[in-house]
Design a protein around this ligand. Sequence first.
Ligand code: SAH
Ligand code: SF4
Length: 374
Amino acid sequence: MSEECATHLPSASHINAHLIDLLNLDRTQLREFLAQRGEPAYRAAQIERWIYRELATDFDAMTNLSAELRAWLRENARIGAPPVLNEIISADALTRKALLQLDDAQTIETVLMLYNDAPNRDESPTRLYRRKTVCISTQVGCPIKCPFCATGQAGYIRNLTPGEIVAQVLHYARIDAPLTNVVIMGMGEPFMKFDVTWQAIETLTDPKRFALSARRITVSTSGEIPGIERMAHKRLQINLAISLHAPDDALRDVLVPLNRKYPIKDLLGAIRKYIEKTRRRVTFEYALMDNVNDKPAQARALAQMLKGMLCHVNLIPLNPTAQSPYGRTPYARVKEFQTVLQKAGIATTLRVEKGIEIAAGCGQLRQSVRREKP
Ligand code: SAH
Ligand code: SF4
């Protein structure tokens, strides 16, 4: 995308704006920052441990640093921890979504989803969940403007910084550690500023930082081909998901407008190369919209298109937004669509719907709060 986004710290009215957010610094930058004060490299490792393992937000907690260094850090730096403006929790308490406020007063959504897929339902609700997934945003709004998506409907403001991306994971890690998975499927197109997203991923997977296995991270793109090509050459084994949503260009041009720039043929070509290079299975996301993209003929076209590819299709019944022109496909037809794919030998999953009652579709909490404002 040609659009210029801020990768630097946003100009902020916040009182802490002059302080360096340590979450924005990679290891080399952190060492350089501390070297200004003559601190040795191992000091960076100590601080990383406090931030990413002990989840500290306050330099005073860093008891193995001298009082002078802690005072210097307080004067010059901070550990980004965006305050919660609003939070909704589903009735079953398995999904919670926070609206976090950034330094320039913009807001983003971050979701925590607990998957208690253990068979024993009698166990105490406080037992450990098998999967604790955080869904994070990469932009304030989104320039792709998919018409069925609340984030797209709200327009685009700016890219997040690496620190603002990582801060979302740390937020829920502080509340409910240990997290098991991260999905980059919140607001925004993560490959629009590839380097920013990738720096955040490196911090999350760095064994001396957040130390999450790369295999437990999934990044979802609307089809930004240069990002897919760059990811193919990365060492980290992050999972790739592609928001497909349509089996032909005419429909995808409408549902995912980035298709006008990167049409299906080119997109599939880039994905085939990615699979060849990485030998990793790709997920195609397909949100089923009533009488739009859910007909059996469309399922057949989709199956034909994906035949022989190392992939699987994740079917998601649409979560209609307040301004959405589209409705959700009824369950019986979702199953019908799935059967066509399965019979053609395409692996499918039906996304377990989380937190529909708390408007879990990306951008919906932010949209509702904006609407309530005078
Ligand atoms: N922008 C990226 C990642 C964030 S969106 C992308 O589009 O891939 C994450 C997924 O949620 C995408 O597949 C997106 O198409 C889907 N999505 C967005 N709004 C939705 C809605 N209202 N109902 C169902 N899925 C939705
Ligand atoms: Fe952006 Fe993804 Fe929403 Fe499309 S679905 S508008 S790419 S966040």
